[in-house]
Design a protein around this ligand. Structure first.
Ligand SMILES: Cc1ncc(C[n+]2csc(CCOP(=O)(O)OP(=O)(O)O)c2C)c(N)n1
Ligand SMILES: [Mg+2]
Length: 822
């Protein structure tokens, strides 16, 4: 079903010029008098107060870091504190008009944004709602602390709660917003629309796009603001995020209510520096950051530089941009100019900038300047401003006292419960759908052409007469995955899938053929070739409450999404104190035939990272059952599929692959063939060579091999494997991954520990070579072959009578290869 967008050569070959419009730079020029009609005295006061609160909060942190004391309270904080002293006006201006439906994402330097957004939410919410939020958050632990002895109204109490929750998080206390598991650089509080801040520079660049997609696809109110630094413009996730967010298809192909741009503002908090690298004039070539918008789309992303030293200029910009987003004209790029008076961190000696420069910016300090303007305009008296500062000092002192007190604010007790962090790694939920509602589909399931054709397939590899079914008749592994996926699309209205060639092409290796007919664009779409953002957007979508399947076309391209897979996807559930759920399934196809950069099995890399569930089915029955489980769950799953076996039929489950729904629990290895003398444990497609080996062992050497298919790497139940080893005393482990540092080695070591007394020989790993993967014609020298198993068994486990070794698995060779690094 091709897109009806013909690309006409006459049209696109015509000579023309690209016209760039003007990008406004610091165009706000209203006086405070002029703004009096837009802001009440209370509004102006709040703006001033919020900036002062942020300044004092961070001044306190600076003193704690540099002198171990603030207002007579001693404390040592060994962790990070990337302060934004100087940047308060940009944070308060950004947050001023945002409600709790508007989500902000941030960076390592986001204390100011957290407080500004929180204070803005507190100002807008009814007191009873505020109280409900506070008392419901982690059983009201933080509320109880700030409530004790507090006299005043609930709105003021909420300010105490906000400051205490944030500071406790920075000091890694259990009452922190994320149980102390996020800390300074990651703290967030979703009830106020404050989403994760990210210690990876640019990390929010694509996650926030996923959040905006969540809002768009599920028609939720509100916008998303991605607050990132100017130096993050050099980061892949930011560029990929921008490209993902500005795709034409939102305007050209998405239909009805879904048509139009994303509700998203990339807000670069441009303090002109990375750490010491000067972005303007040294590490970037844009001169003015806002220029970048011009190259991205014809709307130039409505880019604009705003004077982030003036809170009113920022408020004005956000108000105008929010209106644009409401008209579905997003996304927007803002270059919010600011300056960090404080060092990158408190230990920063500022060797990269002159004293004169810092002093020049200090002279224009936004709080001082805004205060003078308020007094000059007769809105506030100097004494009143002074009182705000005094009161804020007292407040911060009070909050600090509470947060450093080990009795009032203890840390998670890892002595009492050493597993408490472990228990937060996964949410382990089971949800048919992430939200109630009717899933949007284009045709009834029964009318789907692929569903119809699958009705005629042989769901076991032999037909009723016991003859092998022809390839055309066979229900294949790819069909098993398809059935699980389409079933969930008709159950869960939030489910969306994206990746390269996911739509018209039918998905990589035809797994998705039949989905295009069934689903509107917003539920299934082609992404740019942005593997980082494919995963990053899925993370943002998942953490906001949607279920998503993202696809990586070849496992090798996981490298392009390294940060997202290693640093983001596995971390946010635990770093939220287990409040966030992450129902994100990443389908990863493991290649063959295409050489060194298209055939690698990296399941071991993902299994190494705590917080990911890792699945690698080898049969259609397992593929369908495990995909059903992945899509029923609420945790991130890396779902490996081997291209070697997409065509294969079901050879083990004799009643065939059921047409209906069933789940296969994660972590349960499956005995594919029973035996008594030797165990072979396989991961992925090596099941098939292992079965051949088992035949040979039986026929030629009268050795009865038990073949166990791991099916899942994480979690993994060792019990059935240990039971097998107790019986056989010997085990070979095999997979297509390069053997050095592989998950097989980890399993071999664990099995040695758990079953040492039962083993007659050491567990033996038969993995792939530690080389580049050669061309298909030479693959047999790289991937484990049946005779490798036999050689390894003969050399290391039990001599096979009459066997002649072809491959050297001797101890000498092992030492030599390791010495050579291959
Ligand atoms: C991916 C990554 N690279 C490097 C760092 C180390 N680092 C932390 S902050 C920073 C500078 C970031 O500058 P910018 O994005 O402008 O934000 P700012 O610190 O100015 O707020 C660097 C290099 C990091 N945290 N993450
Ligand atoms: Mg910067």
């Amino acid at each position: 079903m091709p897109k009806s967008q013909n690309i006409n050569p006459e049209e696109v070959r015509k000579p023309t010029f690209i016209e760039f419009g003007k990008i406004p730079v610091n165009q706000y020029n209203k006086s405070i008098q002029e703004e009096r009609k837009n802001f009440s005295t209370e509004d102006f006061t709040r703006i001033y107060r919020d900036m002062v609160i942020i300044r004092e909060f961070e001044t306190m942190l600076n003193l704690i870091k540099t002198t171990n004391e603030y207002n007579g309270i001693a404390y040592n904080h060994p962790g990070p504190a990337h302060l934004s002293i100087g940047q308060e006006a940009s944070a308060v201006g950004m947050a001023y008009n945002l409600g709790i439906d508007d989500y902000i994402f941030g960076s390592h330097r986001s204390h100011g944004e957290i407080l500004a957004k929180g204070l803005s939410a507190i100002d807008k919410l009814d007191e009873d709602i505020l109280y409900t939020i506070m008392s419901g958050y982690f059983s009201g632990g933080a509320l109880k602390v700030v409530e004790k002895g507090f006299e005043g109204n609930i709105r003021d109490l909420s300010v105490h709660f906000l400051l205490y929750g944030a500071l406790s998080e920075i000091f890694a206390r259990e009452n922190g917003f994320n149980k102390g598991l996020g800390g300074s650089m990651h703290a967030f509080f979703t009830p106020f629309g404050i989403y994760p801040n990210n210690a990876i520079v640019g990390g929010s660049g694509d996650i926030s796009v996923g959040a905006a997609l969540f809002k768009k696809i599920n028609r939720k109110p509100g916008i998303v603001v991605c607050n990132i630094g100017d130096a993050s413009m050099g980061c892949g996730p930011v560029w990929e995020g921008i490209i993902f967010a500005t795709m034409d298809q939102y305007k050209t192909l998405w239909k009805g209510a879904y048509k139009g741009g994303l509700p998203l503002i990339f807000n670069f908090m441009n303090n002109l520096y990375g750490m010491g690298g000067q972005t303007m004039g040294e590490t970037m070539g844009y001169d003015i950051l806002a220029r970048v918008g011009a190259g991205v789309n014809p709307e130039m992303m409505h880019a604009e530089r705003v004077d982030g030293y003036n809170p009113l200029a920022v408020i004005d910009a956000f108000k105008r941009k929010k209106a644009l987003l409401a008209e579905k004209k997003g996304p927007v790029l803002l270059d919010t100019l600011t300056y960090r008076i404080s060092g990158h961190s408190p230990s920063d000696a500022s060797s990269y900038r002159s004293k004169e420069e810092i002093e020049a910016w200090q002279k224009e300090d936004s709080i001082i300047t805004f205060g003078i303007e308020l007094v000059t305009a007769g809105i506030k008296k100097e004494e009143e401003l002074d009182e705000i500062r005094q009161e804020t000092g007292k407040l911060i002192t009070h909050i600090l006292k509470l947060a450093v007190n080990d009795d009032i604010s203890p840390r998670l007790d890892l002595v009492k419960d050493p597993d408490s962090i472990g228990k937060m790694m996964f949410s382990n939920g089971s949800e048919d759908r992430m939200e109630e509602g009717t899933p949007e589909v284009l045709i009834p399931l029964k009318d789907n052409p692929r569903i119809k054709s699958l009705k005629n397939k042989e769901r076991f590899f032999k037909d009723k007469e016991g003859k092998p079914a022809s390839k055309a008749k066979l229900f294949q592994l790819r069909d098993g995955i398809f059935e699980a996926v389409i079933d969930r699309f008709y159950k869960d209205p939030t489910l969306a899938a994206w990746g390269e060639e996911n739509r018209d092409w039918g998905g990589a290796f035809a797994v998705y053929r039949g989905l295009t007919e069934a689903l509107p664009y917003q539920r299934l779409f082609n992404s740019p070739i942005s593997e980082g953002a494919i995963v990053g957007t899925a993370i943002g979508y998942g953490m906001c409450g949607g279920r998503v399947i993202a696809e990586i076309m070849y496992c090798d391209f996981l490298g392009r999404s390294g940060d997202e897979v290693f640093n983001q996807l596995p971390k946010w559930q635990a770093m939220s104190g287990n409040l966030i759920r992450m129902p994100v399934v990443i389908r990863v196809s493991v290649g063959s035939k295409y050489g060194a950069q298209h055939s690698q099995d990296w399941s071991s890399l993902t299994a190494h990272i705590p917080g990911l569930k890792v699945v690698f089915p080898a049969t259609p029955y397992d593929a369908k059952g495990l995909m059903n489980t992945a899509l029923q769950g609420t945790d991130p799953v890396i779902f490996f599929e081997s291209q070697r076996i997409y065509d294969i039929g079901e050879m083990f489950h004799e009643s065939g692959v059921p047409e209906g729904y069933y789940e296969i629990p994660f972590g349960e290895p499956d005995i594919k063939r029973e035996g008594d003398d030797l165990t072979i444990l396989t991961i992925g497609a090596t099941l098939y060579p292992a079965m051949k080996v088992a035949d040979t062992l039986q026929q030629t050497y009268s050795i009865s091999a038990e073949v166990i298919d791991a099916r899942t790497l994480v979690p993994f139940n060792y019990q059935p494997v240990i039971e097998s080893v107790k019986k056989t005393g010997r085990i070979v482990l095999a997979s297509d991954a390069s053997s050095r540092g592989s998950f097989l080695k980890d399993m071999a070591q664990t099995i040695t520990e758990l079953a040492f007394d039962y083993l007659d020989a050491p567990p033996v790993v038969v993995g792939s070579r530690n080389w580049i993967i050669p061309a298909y014609e030479m693959e047999e020298y790289f991937f484990p072959q049946p005779d490798w198993f036999l050689d390894a068994i003969h050399e290391k486990i039990v001599p096979l009578k009459g066997h002649t070794v072809k491959h050297d698995f001797s101890a000498e060779k092992t030492i030599l290869l390791n010495k050579e690094g291959v």
